[in-house]
Unconditional design. Structure first.
Length: 424
RNA sequence: GUGAGCGUAGCUCAGUUGGAUAGAGCAUCGGGUUGUGGUCCCGAGGGUCGGGGGUUCGAAUCCCCUCGCUCACCCCA
């Protein structure tokens, strides 16, 4: 092969395309079931849309180019900045809350890995204008509905939920110096990924005092909201964050999805822009990387040019989800290419074949025939390959009586029917 | 960006201590007598062994370079 595909991109052959469309359609259905409406923006955006928010270093991680007039453009690495721009442009007239979803092709210039590509599809659901935990719960409920929609259950995946305010309050309560906070968050993030001894080493390296290490170890051991003990709750800040999380879990129970959800102090979600609840969906086996990432970002819209507006949402890529569905045998079978297959019993009788083909297509029926001709046996094989539900056998009866043989490929039954009655 | 592993047919792989026209299964295409599919049987096409260089009488096999893929780290909006 002379020209190689660009690293981290994929070719979608019919079976891949069928899966992609199936998946994206499930995402749409889940979004619409919750009353979200679809929006989209350009795949090309000014590079500043991303560098303004994240600093010039971010350009290293995305595809950019100079267009013919010298404008520096980037292929979108995510949808949120576009969303913010769209909200800002019509903020005065948008009915609140804004309930939008988006399914877009995104690009990131990163080293491709299992479940992580340079070109991928991402499902975004965002809810702007509502401050309370009910909005976070609504987003999580849509995510869980999306998981259900592709055939996954609470035995396959879980939503791990934390709150950035709780984390921040806890490190403050432990008396961790401000410049050590990123390291401490890093330790929390590694909770399930490295052995306990390693965590201890990391704490020592972070320069934590003995009491702080003990406190952190105690926090890391929390498996449940109820584990948050009195010592920490004594701080008003921690108590408030814990109370907010309890309200969120109360809503999740009311949505009927409590069994999918779990408190996890180890969910940190980068340090980017989250201001409240943060959550991720993981497979229970821990085999794959995160499937969904989401949370509350009350300041982001304001920073990106809109008026301050509370918001929350999530993103979900197609790559990891595809791997998980393959692993669970949940990839759907390829749909039939055509409902009807017209075959000739009398050699390559194109005139008669096309008469029937025109008739069926004119009635909106997906209809195929064997363009290479050949024996009826061969045509039947082709019809079976195409998974056609019906084969119409065209023979002498057409000119003699205007009738054709209709064969049901599932039951094997066949009967002579008038052409006029074919295809409704 | 750092480190490691792997590149043989479209796919999954076999190929002896370096030895002759590089194999299998699946897939593809064709056939199994001119009006009937999925099974079965027979046959065919398809590989510059990722590419380049070197060692050798001889390289898929050993060495070097390069490209690609995979995994981990970093990062993960």
């Amino acid at each position: 092969m002379k020209v190689q595909p660009v690293r981290g991109t994929r070719d979608f052959y019919p079976e891949d395309m069928a899966f992609r469309e199936w998946l994206l359609e499930r995402w749409r259905q889940a979004s619409r079931r919750a009353g979200f409406v679809e929006v989209d923006g350009p795949e090309l955006e000014p590079l500043e849309l991303y560098t303004d928010k994240s600093g010039p270093e971010i350009a290293e991680q995305l595809y950019w180019l100079d267009d013919k007039s010298g404008r520096r453009l980037a292929l979108r690495p995510e949808f949120t900045p576009t969303l913010a721009r769209m909200i800002a442009a019509r903020q005065a007239s948008l009915p609140e809350p804004v309930r939008w979803f988006n399914i877009s092709r995104c690009f990131r210039y990163e080293r491709a890995q299992r479940g992580r590509l340079r070109e991928f599809f991402q499902w975004n659901v965002d809810l702007a204008g509502v401050e309370g935990e009910i909005a976070d719960a609504e987003c999580i409920a849509v995510a869980v509905d999306g998981l259900r929609g592709v055939g996954l259950t609470a035995r396959d995946v879980e939503v791990r939920i934390n709150d950035r305010r709780l984390l921040a309050a806890l490190v403050r309560h432990l008396g961790v110096a401000e410049d050590r906070v990123p390291q401490v968050f890093g330790i929390l993030d590694k909770r399930d990924k490295v052995p306990a001894e390693t965590l201890g080493v990391m704490m020592a390296e972070a320069g934590l005092a003995a009491a702080q290490r003990q406190g952190l170890a105690r926090i890391l051991a929390w498996k449940d909201l109820a584990d948050i003990d009195a010592r920490e709750l004594a701080t008003p800040e921690v108590a408030a964050a814990a109370e907010s999380l309890r309200r969120l879990f109360g809503f999740l129970a009311a949505y009927g999805i409590a069994e999918w959800c779990r408190f996890d102090i180890g969910v940190v979600r980068g340090l980017a822009y989250y201001t409240g609840p943060v959550w991720e969906v993981h497979d229970l086996g821990g085999e794959f990387r995160a499937i969904f990432g989401g949370g509350r970002y009350d300041r982001l819209l304001g920073e990106l040019g809109a008026k301050a507006m509370p918001a929350c949402g999530f993103g979900c890529g197609d790559a990891v989800l595809g791997l998980l569905l393959d692993d669970r045998g949940l990839r759907p079978a390829l749909a039939a290419a055509a409902e009807f297959f017209v075959a000739s019993a009398a050699g390559d009788n194109w005139t008669d074949i096309l008469r029937v083909v025109r008739h069926l297509r004119g009635r909106g029926r997906a209809t195929q025939f064997d363009l290479k001709g050949g024996s009826l046996k061969r045509q039947m094989k082709k019809a079976a390959e195409a998974a056609a539900r019906y084969v119409v056998i065209v023979g002498d009866e057409l000119s003699a009586a205007g009738a054709v043989t209709l064969r049901d490929m599932q039951s094997g039954e066949q009967r002579l029917v008038p052409l006029d009655a074919l295809g409704g």
